[in-house]
Write a new protein. Structure first.
Length: 290
């Protein structure tokens, strides 16, 4: 069976770069095994499968080349920007059904924003903090002073790790076996390593994401990780603001520049919800056979 799959790059930075995802319409016609094989054939970090929903406007399922995951930020943004571009979505407010519930989606011009949930934090033990240092091939002095790695979950769990500067972020020497082991123990999607420095002015952080547990050595834009990072910046680093721009992909090799906008809803000093989003562009239509 041959299927034409649009490849849509989400979180593009001034129309370049971004993170590509496959977008498959009418996914109700495919079995779970076919979806997994299709995602493996597309061979991107995630592929989104769209089908009718009884609880939201659309049902979205996300597959990496090796497994299904509950949420995917860049594939969500790619999907809803693509639906808007092909005329399948006229309204500015819509919703998606995922494995663990309904999420709201907001369209603003050519950008899409997805809802994430109130953050949950899990601190690491001293032993595990040392394992993080070893898994990144860094020295303790490379980490941002007075910070500790922390698991943050706004729908998916990521280990958020603050480094001193962009040089440290760029030169991490990742041990994928150790990162995968830590990810198994804490049920992580992966590591989100950042510093307060960015390549372009006006951004709040520059980050990289590593998820070998899901077959992703490095990803160029991760909306479901940018949300946790914005929460970390607000709650742990005490950034007194509610709108953050997270830069990603600039420091990977080869670069694929991306920028993710995160808006926090704050009531009485507490984050009650958040929206993460950006722009997307169709890069190609790929013919795959399963």
């Amino acid at each position: 069976m041959k299927i034409e799959v649009p490849i849509v790059s989400a979180f593009v930075d001034e129309s370049v770069g971004g993170n590509p995802a496959g977008v498959v319409l009418n996914a109700q016609h495919y079995s779970r095994d076919q979806k997994l094989r299709l995602a493996a054939a597309v061979n991107l970090s995630e592929t989104a499968f769209i089908s009718p929903s009884t609880t939201a406007d659309f049902k979205l399922e996300f597959f990496t080349p090796t497994r299904q995951i509950a949420h995917c930020g860049h594939a969500t943004i790619a999907t809803f920007c693509y639906l808007r571009q092909i005329g399948a979505l006229q309204c500015d407010k819509t919703s998606k059904e995922t494995i663990d519930g309904r999420r709201e989606i907001l369209l603003e011009g050519d950008s899409a924003y997805m809802e994430q949930v109130t953050p949950r934090y899990t601190e690491l033990s001293q032993e595990h903090r040392l394992r993080v240092v070893n898994s990144l091939g860094l020295k303790q002095s490379d980490f941002l002073p007075d910070t500790q790695p922390c698991v943050v979950n706004t729908g998916n769990s990521f280990l958020v790790i603050a480094l001193r500067n962009s040089g440290a972020v760029k030169t991490v020497n990742t041990n994928m076996k150790l990162i995968s082991s830590m990810s198994d123990e804490y049920d992580l999607i992966g590591y989100y390593v950042f510093s307060p420095q960015s390549v372009k002015a006006g951004r709040d952080a520059g980050a990289r994401m590593f998820a070998p547990r899901y077959g992703i050595d490095e990803e160029s834009a991760t909306g479901m990780a940018a949300g946790p990072l914005a929460c970390y910046l607000h709650d742990k680093l005490k950034a007194d603001k509610s709108h953050f721009l997270i830069e990603q992909g600039h420091l990977m090799s080869p670069p694929s520049p991306s920028v993710i906008s995160v808006r926090l809803q704050i009531e009485s000093g507490r984050i009650t919800s958040l929206m993460a989003g950006g722009r997307a562009a169709v890069k190609e239509v790929r013919s795959v056979e399963i």
